[in-house]
Design a protein around this ligand. Structure first.
Ligand code: ATP
Ligand code: MG
Length: 554
């Protein structure tokens, strides 16, 4: 699977067919309608790329609409983050709308349904309704309210709005078909009484429209042409169409469903993500282990990598689980091209250069990005004391180990050949220091006499290296599909999803702005975190260099 050049999927085919049949492409309107009750995650990014993509490809418009008709869990904090995340992903909404701003019009639409004899006030309690509803095999029976006159229904509905009845005492139902094989069509509730302040409208309303009634209206009010949503709404589509037909909207929007994105080793339900945050399993919505857009951003994932990933997974009606390794592959593809290279040492081991010349040596030159000649070069200081990676030395090397070992030689990246002549162990037997000679003739890492050195390792000059915290992230969950087999998903959290290493980095990397993403050579990609101080940088590992997806799929 390589990245598609031109996007083609069953939704785009539908759009193309409509255009071929005469629809003006510039008239295409789509919308992305999140409920502001949580932060956006990578699943939302799939919907965003589709909604905004289809509009952009045709010269149409895509709105960002806050689906804020359920006041219980919504908040401006979420609204602000959603707007920021959509923009960060690279999309500018044609308009930013709030479903709650349509409450007056929705209320009028409900009145219209009542006048048409297509809605009625029902006094049955939820428990009573369960009996009336029927089952998949038996039809329901009529609520006593079904027989009410238009006048009585209008009067009761107004009194619902005016706060005369307790929460839950009455609902407004669409009058559809109590025998429908689709339970959603058995006189669904379209308005309920709830005395909860709305974050935008305060206590103005005590009746709120239900999603299945509100959503088609929001789409129709905005002139939406394609209302794209996930597969779980397929069984709601007959009701979506019923509402638009009953209210006689000309050229009504069309709902088309596609499969949700599921990713291995993470969860995507807002309820579960909220639980991870509230119960402090993670540091917040933007914890770099979270699948949220803000978490991915803080981890160092470029927006372009998320868009690339969405192009690769495509859009289908098939419910599957996408391997996290594919997302990581897309991240590497983007960062390999764009991230400047630096040296960083994660688990430092000191190296003393025993033949370091009294006069010092001239600075070395390193390429900033071998993938991009335009990125230029920088100077590296060699020195009498260096840091190398602990794992780049073995006192008793195993077969096939080509890095440092007693009396063995290795190349320092952009530096010199060094040979280990001695090493020091502490009381516990751990190697704490190496003594090495360097070969002045191998400057720049080139062989002076044709002798072969297989290993090349990264290193830092201990005199100038800046101590840094390196947060090493791994999968948040050990299970590929947390909670899928009925297990409590929290018991499948990966206890090693974050380890902290106290390492060192090049001064130039330490001085970067928070949010900058670099490659520490041989280790991986890292984003400088906002937790950094002027003296002490903190880097979040975005992803290592090893591409397990490419290997599996080549
Ligand atoms: P919840 O987790 O509470 O069920 P939700 O994920 O459905 O919420 P919404 O805010 O209602 O969140 O979603 C906004 C839009 O994003 C909807 O059109 C929804 O279909 C789409 N969407 C949500 N999750 C995914 C996903 N995993 N893959 C693709 N699209 C998604
Ligand atoms: Mg939803």
């Amino acid at each position: 699977m390589s990245e598609p050049e031109r996007l083609n999927d069953f939704i785009r085919e539908t759009v193309a067919a409509d255009i071929a049949a005469g629809r003006d492409p510039a008239s295409i309107v789509t919308r992305f309608p999140p409920e502001p009750n949580g932060y956006l995650h990578i699943g939302h990014a799939k919907a965003i790329c589709l909604d905004f993509g289809i509009a952009a490809e045709n010269g149409g418009r895509c709105n960002l609409r806050m689906d804020d008709t359920n006041p219980a869990k919504e908040d401006t904090e979420y609204v602000d983050s959603i707007i920021a995340d959509v923009r960060w992903l690279g999309f500018e909404p044609a308009g930013i709308f709030y479903a709650s701003d349509y409450f007056d019009r929705m209320y009028e639409c409900a009145e219209t349904l009542i006048r048409k004899g297509l809605a009625y006030v029902c006094d049955l309690s939820p428990e009573e309704w369960k009996e009336y509803l029927g089952t998949l095999n038996t039809p329901g029976k009529d609520s006593p309210g079904r027989a009410r006159s238009v006048e009585e229904n209008l009067d009761l509905f107004h009194r619902m709005r005016d706060g005369e009845f307790e929460d839950g005492a009455k609902v407004l139902r669409a009058r559809i078909d109590m025998a429908s094989p689709n339970i959603n069509m058995r006189d669904p509730v379209i308005y309920r009484i709830r005395r909860i302040d709305h974050f935008r409208h305060g206590g103005k309303w005590c009746v709120y429209p239900m999603y299945d009634f509100a959503h088609p209206l929001e789409d129709a009010f905005e002139g939406v042409v394609y209302s794209l949503c996930t597969l779980e709404f397929e069984i709601h589509r007959p009701l979506y169409d019923w509402v638009l037909r009953a209210l006689e909207f000309p050229d009504p929007p069309r709902q088309i469903e596609f499969s949700r994105l599921n990713l291995t080793n993470t969860v995507m339900s807002k309820r579960k993500l909220l639980q991870l945050v509230k119960e402090h399993y993670v540091s917040g919505w933007d914890d770099p282990r979270m699948p949220t857009i803000c978490g991915l951003r803080r981890r160092g994932v470029p927006a372009a990598a998320i868009r690339r990933f969405c192009r690769m997974i495509g859009v289908t009606k098939f419910d599957g689980v996408t391997d996290m390794a594919l997302l990581e592959h897309c991240i590497r593809e983007e960062l390999n091209a764009s991230a400047p290279r630096f040296m960083g040492v994660q688990n430092p081991l000191k190296v003393t250069i025993v033949n370091y010349p009294a006069g010092g040596v001239a600075p070395l030159e390193a390429r900033n990005n071998p993938e991009d000649p335009a990125a230029g070069v920088r100077q590296l200081e060699f020195g009498p004391e260096l840091w190398i990676e602990k794992s780049d030395f073995m006192a008793e090397p195993v077969k096939g180990y080509f890095r440092l070992a007693p009396d063995k030689e290795v190349r320092l990246r952009y530096g010199y050949y060094i040979r280990c002549v001695d090493f020091v162990r502490d009381a516990s037997g751990e190697v704490t220091e190496l003594k090495c000679t360097y070969d002045p003739e191998s400057r720049g890492g080139t062989s002076p006499d044709g002798r072969k050195v297989k290993g090349t390792i990264h290193w830092l000059n201990a005199a100038t290296a800046v101590p840094a915290t390196l947060r090493l992230y791994d999968r948040l969950f050990t299970a590929a599909q947390p909670g899928a087999d009925g297990t409590d998903f929290l018991t499948q959290l990966n206890p090693d999803s974050m380890t902290v290493a106290n390492g060192f980095v090049e001064p130039a990397a330490a001085g970067l702005d928070a949010g900058s993403v670099v490659q520490f050579e041989r280790l991986g990609y890292y984003a400088k975190d906002a937790d950094s101080t002027a003296e002490h940088p903190v880097f979040n590992r975005t992803v290592t260099l090893k591409d397990s997806w490419s290997k599996k799929n080549s």
